[in-house]
Design a protein around this ligand. Sequence first.
Ligand code: PA5
Length: 406
Amino acid sequence: MIKCDFHKYTSKFISGIDKSKFNKSEKKASKEILSGSLAYWNDINSFVSKDELNAIMNVANYVRDNCDVFIVIGIGGSYMGSKAIMEALLPTFNKGKPEIIFLGTDLSSNYYKEVIDYIKDKDVIVNVISKSGNTLEPNIAFEIISYIMKGKYSKEELRDRIIITTDEKDGSLRKLANEEGYFTFNVPKNIGGRFSVFTPVGLFPLAVAGIDILTLLEGFMSGGEYIPLAIDYAVVREALYKKNKYVESFTVYNSKLYYFTEWLKQLFAETQGKEGKGILPISNVNTRDLHSMGQFLQEGHDIIFETVIGVENSDVIKIAKYDKTLHEINRIAQEKVCLAHYRDKTPSLVIDIETLDEYNIGQLVRFFITAAIVGALLIDVNPFDQPGVEKYKKLVNEALNSTYIF
Ligand code: PA5
């Protein structure tokens, strides 16, 4: 269950704003998402079919029984969602078997060397994820890992150890899968990377990790009831932007949600940051960051607002000194920090989920995906492209295909 308060810690900052000004675009956006050309977002079959779901669970079971290390290769939307949910829901220590390693998110030789040495004597299965099939970083990761695997496994064995998630028809990965007979999952045509966590892109690695993907999907679908709330959230963000709040901190009070804030940064930056528009997303993990960023949020340049994501119920650890549980103290900190920030320069929109579990995370993902899309529609930018990302790719590719000297 999601509970929101977009009023208590924002009201004085948006008092002069006539929210009815947004009525027309808000109505248009909600019509689009509820019944218009974006209504497919409310149909689970747009994300994953029943057959695919069965295949995901069967292959995931096979992977769990047949390797020490499962390598997930992908960048941006191809890995962020599953990484975020794993970090939120799996135990921090002793995550279980197989060990899951993410690769293809950078070009650090130091990190690659460590991975290469680490997997040398281990049984490995790899899932390469790229919608386009043409992205530099995952392609390089796959080249390195498949080189190592070819030294260990026969052509036949590789067919049981390389799983490709890509477009149904296009791209170099699809071509390779067709040629080599590798097992594939499809990325649906109309669901872009950053929205794809509940397609095979995210569901398959999550199933390998032992996360209950059926309950995640159940939460995601039931999250439909929060669409009006997500639209409201998008409108309040926009009102704050009109009051020169150009930066949004996704602030959590639970370090297990750190990667969730990373996913949020990607979701909002790529969906809305274009044509000279958009709110710059940053993140804070409290109470840690109160001892660094907290100073700026309290007294620095007044361009920031916070979206605070809290968890209502958690494990019980008694702190005798205060006769309270650790969680109660954390909740008090969340409340009082919102108040302190509000008294100075920083408004907060507060979103609480009931508990940190599959169902609630499913709902939260639905809430934020809806808000990101609606927010883009409110500022009149295309939520589904990322032309800026293509610019660096083009320059790097040109340099790689020429005699570029460092
Ligand atoms: O959200 C997006 O579309 C991007 O972040 C992509 O996921 C990212 O660029 C990776 O693209 P691809 O899956 O084509 O390798």
